[in-house]
Write a protein that binds this ligand. Structure first.
Ligand SMILES: Cc1cc2nc3c(=O)[nH]c(=O)nc-3n(C[C@H](O)[C@H](O)[C@H](O)COP(=O)(O)OP(=O)(O)OC[C@H]3O[C@@H](n4cnc5c(N)ncnc54)[C@H](O)[C@@H]3O)c2cc1C
Length: 508
């Protein structure tokens, strides 16, 4: 592998997208009719092959701010896909993939398009494979507490079906209603109750994947195995680059008997960090843990008491059996009080809970702000310095950027630092370079502090420039795997920090 061809932190910043955005009318003019539509229709049925302009417009974007910004300006962020196929079964999907292999058609698996890193944006007129018709619960085993589900099932419908049986998957991303179970696994996501129930990789017990050559890879669901490196984990977080996840078996949990929300104000941010760290190191497991910096606290506490003297807002939730949840709450509060925290009524918790599946960015976007988020993982010992460095870095950019930080997804060793960048209304030719500069600074600061460049949003295409610095030699191993399973780079090419190869295996 030629290291000069691998984007890394030393090179000049890459453009946000290797393909420039284009006006919708121009994109439609460039569109042709793929010669293989007939074969595709024969597999999935004519009604399940979409080629009309409004459909292609829907599938040319994800929820990345770059895509949202372009769509807002009636532009196609990269290009339109060649077509959209919606297979209705794993068998049909396999046939579609065999067709793409035979005819060298590039593809993008598509869950619900809620990704925020450009993973589903076409870069070579891919055929988009929409998985939402694979939406059945295959089995719920109430003895083993497991659930097997097809990958395209909507997250909220999946959780509701489990709730109806007295169960929960415990995976509740903010995007619950606009994402799929397969998308959660593909992006290695984390939900709002991750501190108690774990992240998606802790939940997935087994899966089925159609590989780019059309073979079905099956990882049988068992609690654990010791048979070499975990094959399952090669696919959790693979973002479609190694094949299409068709089915997932997850752990399920009994719905909690009791749930307590707690709202606290801390006198200093350091007190907040120390209290959360000690809660985790005392082996308590709140379901929800959220601590906000000064600006984010002010946005949410609206000057209510006690935030005038204890301005750093924290929201916790304890759940489980009635006695255990009450005890965990009591022990956690003792730790918080020792750090000067003052508890207030649970109005802010209830407000958070009632809006938990809506983006906090919407009111800003309605005022034409351009909102982006960057989530990284840091050790407790580094968080204060990382927060200070990130805040200073954004301040150095000027431009009236509103920058806010909160910490959630908490561990004994550290936490996810979730940073929100809100650019005031400005022309695209100023906004995009400024945002790109903010990404350079924040990802560079994370790496310089020994942190990860992502906690749960994944890589897509917008994190390509930093992946070599994050994974080091590990990226060569991923590339070797990619070259083996998909030698022609037909699957989600140009994403996940991986090189694109042409048919002869040369870099393209
Ligand atoms: C407002 C908002 C809030 C969000 N909150 C959270 C959050 O709390 N936690 C979190 O983790 N994420 C969050 N996200 C990000 C996003 O919702 C997740 O990454 C989600 O898991 C993506 O699922 P999807 O089904 O929409 O996937 P898509 O966006 O359709 O796809 C994302 C990537 O995965 C690939 N892919 C999708 N399905 C499959 C499959 N079955 N097999 C192989 N590859 C596949 C695609 O090719 C693409 O590369 C949020 C996004 C938004 C817009």
């Amino acid at each position: 592998m030629d290291p000069d061809k691998r984007p890394d932190g030393e090179r000049p910043p890459l453009p946000w997208s290797p393909v420039p955005s284009v006006a919708l009318a121009d994109a439609l003019r460039q569109q042709g009719t793929p010669p293989w539509l007939g074969e595709l229709r024969a597999i999935v049925g004519a009604a399940h092959v979409l080629t009309a302009a409004p459909d292609l417009w829907v599938y040319c974007r994800d929820r990345s701010p770059y895509a949202v910004f372009n769509v807002r300006n009636a532009r196609v962020p990269t290009m339109l896909p060649s077509a959209v196929a919606c297979p209705g079964s794993a068998g049909e999907l396999t046939e579609v993939i065999r067709l793409t292999r035979r005819l060298h058609i590039p593809v993008i698996p598509f869950g619900a398009g809620s990704g925020v890193l450009g993973g589903t944006l076409p870069l070579q007129r891919e055929l988009v494979i929409d998985l939402k018709r694979l939406n059945r619960i295959v089995d719920i085993d109430e003895t083993d507490c497991t659930v097997t589900v097809e990958a395209g099932m909507n997250g909220a419908q999946f959780e509701a079906a489990l709730n109806a049986r007295g169960l929960t998957a415990g995976h509740l991303p903010q995007s619950l209603h606009m994402s799929t179970v397969g998308g959660w696994a593909a992006c290695r996501g984390a939900g709002q109750t991750s501190t108690r129930y774990g992240k998606i990789e802790d939940m997935v017990l087994g899966l089925e994947v159609v590989l780019p050559d059309g073979r079905l890879l099956r990882v049988r669901p068992v609690a654990r195995r010791s048979t070499g490196p975990s094959i399952k984990d090669l696919f959790v977080g693979s973002e479609g680059a190694f094949g299409v996840i068709t089915q997932v078996t997850l752990r399920a949990w009994r719905l909690p008997e009791a749930r307590h929300g707690v709202v606290l104000g801390f006198p200093t941010l350091q007190d907040g960090f120390d209290a959360l760290r000690k809660i985790m190191q005392a082996e308590l497991r709140p379901a929800v843990v959220r601590l906000y910096d000064a600006g984010e606290s002010a946005h949410r506490s609206h000057g209510r008491a006690p935030f005038d003297t204890c301005p750093f807002l924290a929201v916790l939730e304890f759940c489980g059996s009635r006695r255990l949840a009450a005890l965990e709450r009591e022990l956690a509060l003792e730790i918080c009080e020792a750090h000067g925290a003052v508890e207030t009524d649970d109005a802010i918790y209830r407000e958070w809970q009632s809006h938990r599946f809506q983006s906090f960015s919407v009111p800003w976007q309605a005022r034409d702000y351009y909102v982006d988020t960057i989530e990284v993982t840091a050790p407790w010992s580094v968080l204060p310095a990382l927060h200070a460095a990130a805040t200073a870095a954004i301040a150095s950019l000027g431009g009236g950027i509103d920058f806010g930080v909160h910490w959630s997804h908490v561990y004994s060793e550290g936490a996810c630092q979730y940073m929100t960048i809100r650019l005031p209304p400005m022309p695209e030719d100023r906004a995009l370079p400024l945002l790109r500069r903010a990404w350079d600074l924040l990802q560079g600061t994370s790496l310089a502090h020994g942190c990860s460049i992502s906690h749960h949003h994944g890589v897509g295409m917008f994190r390509n420039p930093w992946l070599a610095a994050e994974l080091e030699i590990g990226l060569e191993l991923l590339q070797a795997l990619k070259d083996h399973v998909d030698p022609e780079s037909l699957f989600v090419a140009g994403k996940l920090g991986l090189l694109r190869r042409d048919a002869e295996g040369c870099d393209a």
